[in-house]
Design a protein around this ligand. Sequence first.
Ligand code: AGP
Length: 613
Amino acid sequence: MCGIVGYIGNKKACPILIAGLSRLEYRGYDSAGISTIEKNDLSIMKDKGRVKNLSNLEGIDNLEGTIGIAHTRWATHGKPCKENSHPHQDNSKTFSIVHNGIIENYNELRTFLTEKGYTFYSETDTEVIPNLIHYYYSKDSQNDDLKFLRAVKNTCADLKGSFAIEAISKLYPNNMIVVRKDSPLVIGTCEDEKYLASDIPAILSYTKDFYLLDDLEFVVLTRNSAKFYNQDLEEITKDTQTIEWNMSSAEKDGFDDFMLKEINEQPTAIRETIGARISLNSKCQFDELSFTKDYLSSINKIYIVACGTAMHAGLSCKNAIEKLCKIPVEVDIASEFRYRSPIIDEKTLCIFISQSGETADTIAALKLSKESGAKTLAISNVIGSSITREADYSIYTHAGPEIAVASTKAYTSQVVLLNILAIYFAEILEVCDENLIINLKQNILELPKKVEEALKCTDIIKDFAKQIYLEKDMFFLGRGIDETVAREGSLKMKEISYIHSESYAAGELKHGPIALIENGITVISILTDENLVKKTISNIQEVITRGAKTLVITNQNIDKTMFDLVINLPKTSSFVSPILSIIPLQLLSYYISKEKGLDVDKPRNLAKSVTVE
Ligand code: AGP
């Protein structure tokens, strides 16, 4: 999705803005641009394509300004082209702005402004914003320090939808105005400099101290101050938060791609996520949570709501929560949940999972649940992200920044954290056999080592990828918890290898999909539940008979001779087995993508945080 960067300080803004945009490239975009204040005039440079195109534009090296805004655009309204890319200016070229989000009522605002004599040069929803700022600025007869801020505030009052906006003006060469609503934006602060970005890694090399904005808080930045205002333009105070991520966690650290680095970081991410939350001798600890036995006993349903991989993490943990807590769990896709009138009341607990914490559908589903009286709990990887500010309770995975579009370490950390949460609830409720809890705790504590063990299949998987990378279709099969891993493996394959793949509950195959099995097709099966081994093997035999090439991921003792390749994994509790079974599948999609020469970290058409519906 779109990315925003901003700078105000004493250094040349342009190189800082370009470096920030490069760090946001992983979010997905199709054009890029910057605007700086040069000798009391606004300069704009933008182009279709990569940030590299922008940095090669003639004249860009001559920019001297020490205040500027920058943007990578992911087209929503209007095709990717120079005219539609940001920054946008008002007709008089007094104001430059960049915008992330969608202005839902831009058509009416465009008509209103056209009637007032304004002309539009792009197809975007964004172009109404600088012109509205100009409109309100011109109408304001008060000539005080807050005039620019008032114009931005009045503009925002007219906007329906989501936005993160940075605005600069040639009339205010020492000010930048910033505001957000339902769209991410953080402000990094040092003594004489302020940095802005859609997310923390883009500016982590400059500072670890950040202001995290709430919706419709307006900020006036100068080089050495940040003043915050509410919607009535009353000044409010805000503290900085220190972010513990280090810079190397946002760099490739010698790996070819972020995805490979992040796959290999899983032992650490899991270790950090477990932290001090569980031990064998005491009850599970969540300093952030204060659930009581009375409250949890009153709950008659838990919804887990998320999108994509985060939803798959939820699916993998449905069983653990149901078995340990004896509360029914429903797992839902956020974009469906919000429109299907789910039955929610004060006896419902809704858990929302989002690595970025900025996924528009998940945030909307959370708001709906709150309005319906449910308690809400957010699970995110990003401190202070929108979802955590909306929810009643928030807990974090400690996976470190995940840059590759394909989620890997966030998924396994989410599965760990949900299992720990299940234990935490179960220990409060006292409805579960203690041995089951102790056994699960033991297995969770052993996970980092076992993930290291599982990663040893890398070379075998790399070779297998070479044999199958030209395939057009693939199937992923599993039963029970293995079926949830089949879904996640299939999603990884589609998104970074562009191979059409389907995942099925193995027993469903003969009810239709088996018609698609033909000579040479690859079928990948996950087989970790000892009660279901024989059943799944029978299903695999059915596809072998029809000529399929088979890869089996298992922690069971099975006869290997009938399969083309078997990857053996360490044994673990079935509740956390997805954390190990997904590893060969992450590696397989990665190496197939590499064999095909694709851009692993930035697959086509995809964005890291999906901040629009
Ligand atoms: C995962 O590989 C995907 N890129 C995608 O499905 C992702 O998990 C989904 O968009 C949800 O993102 P979130 O966790 O940031 O909310």
